[in-house]
Design a protein around this ligand. Structure first.
Ligand SMILES: [Zn+2]
Length: 242
């Protein structure tokens, strides 16, 4: 059975998730387009291995192409989710690592997802941490330094303190233990909250006071007057070369 998970990219079997175009957590209308590939089995006949569907976002009405495997799991999305999902004030490297972690999570690659989420956290420490935090090799003590210097909210530190995946870092990247899907998802949620708290909320606060003018603000009520200019990141829109 497929469970609906609003944190993962949408598939025809899980029609909720972040929209690669507008970045909202959305519901989707799914339209199947048949098989992309398959093979002939002498016993059963034609077996489809890859399916294509478009999922239309109920928010921005734009479509995302999804390729699913034989089991119905999503394996490819166009447009690929990019930094368009996160506020533009989020450190680019942090956002890029987080997005890649989310893509790993979407295809059940939980160990790869954890590596990317931890990478996002290391980049966050590098970006926002003080000298002591930046000098730490491991995440947990680095984040503890950031809590002590007031660079990390206590509630986020408390959460970090309880995350398995921040405690069993080995001396080498290959020393990591197996990572369960639940652990990777938990880590992803933590990184998302941290990004929201440490980058997006401060940026939004400044914008709302008129102190930060960085282009089109994301509005809360769903209808952006700059909707036509929104585009997925990563230069996917050939008509827009900025
Ligand atoms: Zn959308």
């Amino acid at each position: 059975m497929f469970e609906e998970n609003p944190d993962t990219l949408p598939t025809p079997h899980d029609k909720t998730g972040p929209c690669p175009w507008c970045g909202r957590i959305s519901n989707y209308e799914s339209k199947p387009h048949g098989a992309l590939a398959g093979y002939n089995s002498s016993h059963i006949g034609w077996i489809q291995t890859h399916h294509i569907a478009t999922l239309t976002c109920s928010g921005c009405k734009r479509g995302t192409l999804v390729v699913t495997d034989q089991m119905g799991e999503g394996i490819h999305w166009y447009p690929a989710p990019g930094m368009g999902i996160l506020d533009k004030q989020v450190n680019r490297e942090v956002a890029s690592a987080y997005d890649e972690g989310m893509r790993c999570l979407s295809i059940g690659a939980s160990r790869a997802a954890s590596v990317m989420f931890r990478s996002a956290l290391h980049l966050f420490v590098k970006d926002k941490g003080g000298e002591k935090a930046r000098g730490e090799r491991f995440l947990k003590p680095a984040l503890r330094h950031m809590k002590e210097s007031g660079d990390l909210h206590k509630s986020l530190w408390d959460w970090a303190d309880h995350l398995n995946q921040l405690g069993n870092e080995g001396a080498h990247p290959e020393d990591y233990d197996e990572v369960t899907v639940a652990e990777a998802e938990g880590l992803g949620k933590f990184v998302h909250h941290l990004i929201r708290h440490e980058y997006e909320m401060p940026a939004q606060l400044l914008r709302d006071q008129g102190l930060l003018n960085d282009g089109e603000p994301e509005d809360a009520d769903g209808q952006s007057e700059h909707e036509a200019n929104l585009r997925p990141s990563g230069g996917l829109n050939p008509s827009n070369s900025d």
